[in-house]
Design a protein around this ligand. Structure first.
Ligand SMILES: [Zn+2]
Ligand SMILES: [Zn+2]
Length: 437
């Protein structure tokens, strides 16, 4: 007869509590050594070392800096991945920012790694009672930043996609996974707060290059073609589209000019812009992207300039699995009877867990324990137990619900959702981007 789930959960949480000093120290060490996406050499090395110490097997290093390992369990059927993210954002004013790169853990990914390792500690204690397979996966480059640097890696043939989980999908790192879970930080909540089953929008990434003609800006500007005027007219034309975006689609277009010209006394002939075109669903992403491209082309035509537009696979909207979300919420209520547990509040921004949610059932609940705006210099941990240990316990407890009792729940979750392949994923992005041309 198998051990009741409540007893297994208690044993897993006790193991996590016993390792609390090491888990907290691990999170704090990563916080002090932030690295941006696809450059997480030290962070990935520390995770790989921890995986080996925990006795994980078949450790591999996918997607340049990722780390994947398996916890030996009793079963070999349905497989569940526990994910943590390796990368930092750029926030040069952050007190723990890297002085050279400006990277800082202002999105709480350092805490995700401690939580993922904590879940492994807890589940190792009960592994002989679990059916199915347990994978632990540290994913690189969740933040969609440094587009120029990553495009260089792409051109060198090292990457197919700019986002870490996208690249893991393309490399087949999720081919042997049936479902996945991770926890993201939530900031500035009063006390313990958990949000499950929140949606997140997707986006198309974009670079624009306006090409004009150089001339002396004082002596003979009439001989030039001003690419900066074309770019600023493009921004105005995009703004003139905003009333056509439906409220329910939550469209966000927020271009920046990354290069405005070369010399102040030369008519700008090479002006660069980057943007995301975000929306709550793929159709609205495509619709808004078509309008943005039309606005850019129209503005370039009006000035006599040219524009080169590069549309890039951004992230897909996030759809979380309801059964897994419910289990996670029940465990949160059990573990922290005084905590507020909400369902369905939207997650600000976008995430490549959205792309994974197209392939398989996933959850990405948020747990409080942090203060200061996300991605800002003020972001920090306020409650180490909430930030590092509670997510570890909740993921371990939810994994026990899924893989205990002969993995009956995990199989039901897997069989209820259509499983899509990496090839289908690649084709979807080709279709989405073809619509904007
Ligand atoms: Zn972030
Ligand atoms: Zn994040």
């Amino acid at each position: 007869m198998s051990t009741p789930a409540a007893q297994l959960k208690q044993a897993a949480c006790a193991a996590i509590d016993a390792a609390a000093p090491q888990l907290t120290a691990f999170g704090e060490d990563i916080f002090r050594h932030p690295e941006p996406g696809y450059q997480e050499q030290r962070t990935g090395g520390k995770v790989a070392e921890a995986f080996r110490r925990l006795g994980l097997v078949q450790i591999t290093r996918p997607a340049l800096t990722g780390v994947k390992g398996w916890l030996p369990t009793a079963g070999d059927g349905v497989s569940l991945a526990v994910i943590g993210e390796l990368d930092a954002v750029l926030s040069p004013q952050h007190p723990c920012a890297d002085p050279v790169t400006g990277a800082a853990h202002a999105c709480g990914h350092h805490a995700q790694l401690a939580a993922m390792l904590g879940a492994a500690v807890g589940l190792r204690a009960v592994a002989s009672q679990l059916d199915g397979r347990l994978c632990f996966l540290a994913a690189p480059a969740e933040e969609y930043i440094q587009i120029g640097y990553r495009s260089g890696l792409q051109q060198a043939g090292k990457l197919r996609y700019l986002g870490g989980k996208q690249q893991l999908i393309a490399e087949g790192a999720f081919d042997d996974i049936d479902m996945a879970m991770m926890v993201h930080s939530e900031t500035d909540a009063p006390g313990a707060h958990v949000v499950v089953n929140g949606p997140a929008g997707g986006f198309i990434g974009k670079t624009l290059r306006f090409i004009g003609k150089e001339a002396h800006a004082g002596g003979a500007p009439w001989l030039g073609i001003n690419a900066l005027n074309a770019a600023s007219l493009a921004i105005q034309a995009i703004n003139a589209q905003r009333e056509t975006f439906r409220d329910c689609d939550a469209v966000r277009v927020h271009p920046i000019i990354t290069k405005g010209g070369d010399l102040v006394n030369t008519v700008p002939a090479d002006v660069r812009m980057e943007s995301y075109v975000r929306a709550a669903n793929v159709e609205a992403m495509q619709d808004a992207n078509g309008k943005v491209n039309r606005a850019a082309r129209g503005a370039a035509w009006a000035i006599g300039a040219r524009v080169e537009i590069q549309d890039l696979p951004g992230y897909l909207p996030l759809a979380q699995n309801e059964t897994m979300s419910r289990l996670f919420a029940q465990n949160a209520q059990k573990l922290m009877p005084g905590a507020r547990v909400d369902s369905g509040l939207p997650f600000c921004g976008s995430t490549d867990m959205g792309d994974l949610s197209y392939l398989m059932p996933v959850i990405q609940p948020t747990v409080s324990g942090f203060a200061g705006a996300l991605h800002s210099k003020d972001f920090h941990v306020t409650d180490p137990a909430l930030a590092y240990l509670v997510p570890a316990k909740l993921m371990a407890m939810t994994a026990i619900d899924l893989l205990g009792d002969a993995a009956a729940r995990a199989r039901a979750v897997r069989d209820a959702a259509p499983r899509r392949t990496a090839a289908q994923y690649g084709r979807l992005w080709e279709e989405i981007l073809a619509g904007g041309q």
